[in-house]
Design a binder for this molecule. Structure first.
Ligand SMILES: [Mg+2]
Length: 273
């Protein structure tokens, strides 16, 4: 990782899509930071396509697609993408796409994993947002108290693997699902189907910002992948670190990346943090 300030003006000029994780990338302590939300608006106003890519549930993605200044959202670690088609009257129409390999979270293997994980990891609990999920099981180790060690989250991820499910550790949850997809595969599908993005030829048009191990597929895929400074917590757990890093943490780091991007693109009134 090199400082985001080392991104070249040519690299910045080629960006058309800004993808971002949400938890601990736009938020700090669970709250969406003012700098981060202002940065989303600045990207929107600059005409860039903005797409959060998150482990958060379908129910949250409905709100994000409708209310945030974004062009779509990829949720539940790649099970779905929601976006709003604008209409002349101002009331948009929500569009929903589900990954063809997404499997409902009623699957008996997920029930078994939940029972095993809760029995073998004292203090672990089902995430409070589980009721609004369609495809994954979210186990909370750090969103609420007690905050449990990452080593325990890794143990739960291993249990899910032993039972035949996929699992990723974010900064707050272990997400477990049955289908063959992840944040990256759904993001690529959404970009190409919705915006005509061409894999390979247009890799440099995508800037991604994340913070934790569940962002690794995107860190590894895009040459302009970036991390907020709190990614350092996971150094031992992420093999593929992104090319660039912010000096600042959480939403302030996201705002630093956005303001650097816009400045290097020569925006008339660059967004300041
Ligand atoms: Mg995160």
């Amino acid at each position: 990782m090199v400082p985001i300030q080392q991104m070249t003006p040519a690299q910045a000029a080629g960006v058309r899509f800004v993808l971002t994780d949400i938890d601990d990338t736009l938020t700090r302590g669970g709250k969406l930071q003012r700098e981060a939300y202002a940065a989303l608006w600045a990207l929107h106003d600059a005409g860039l396509r903005v797409i959060p890519v998150t482990g958060r549930p379908a129910g949250w993605c409905d709100l994000i697609a409708r209310e945030w200044p974004v062009d779509g959202v990829v949720g539940e670690n790649g099970a779905l993408a929601f976006w709003e088609n604008p209409s002349g009257s101002g009331a948009g129409t929500l569009q929903q796409e589900f990954h063809p390999e997404a499997v409902t979270n009623e699957h008996p293997v997920l029930k078994r994993i939940q029972e095993r994980a809760l029995a073998e990891a004292p203090g672990l609990r089902v995430a409070r947002d589980q009721f609004s999920r369609l495809f994954d099981l979210a186990l909370d180790f750090a969103e609420e108290e007690p905050v449990l060690p990452l080593s325990l989250a890794e143990r739960v991820r291993a249990i899910a693997g032993e039972e035949g499910a996929r699992a990723k550790v974010s900064s707050i949850h272990i997400n477990v699902w049955m289908g063959n997809y992840d944040k990256l595969s759904m993001t690529e599908r959404f970009l190409s189907r919705r915006f005509g993005w061409q894999s390979g030829a247009e890799d440099g048009a995508v800037l991604f910002v994340g913070d934790s191990p569940n962002d690794e597929p995107l860190f590894a895929r895009f040459p302009l992948a970036c991390a907020v400074a709190n990614v350092r917590r996971y150094r031992g757990l992420i093999r593929n670190l992104p090319a660039f890093a912010a000096e600042r943490e959480y939403g302030e780091g996201f705002a630093e990346i956005v303001s650097t991007l816009l400045e290097k693109r020569g925006e008339a009134e660059p967004f300041r943090v």
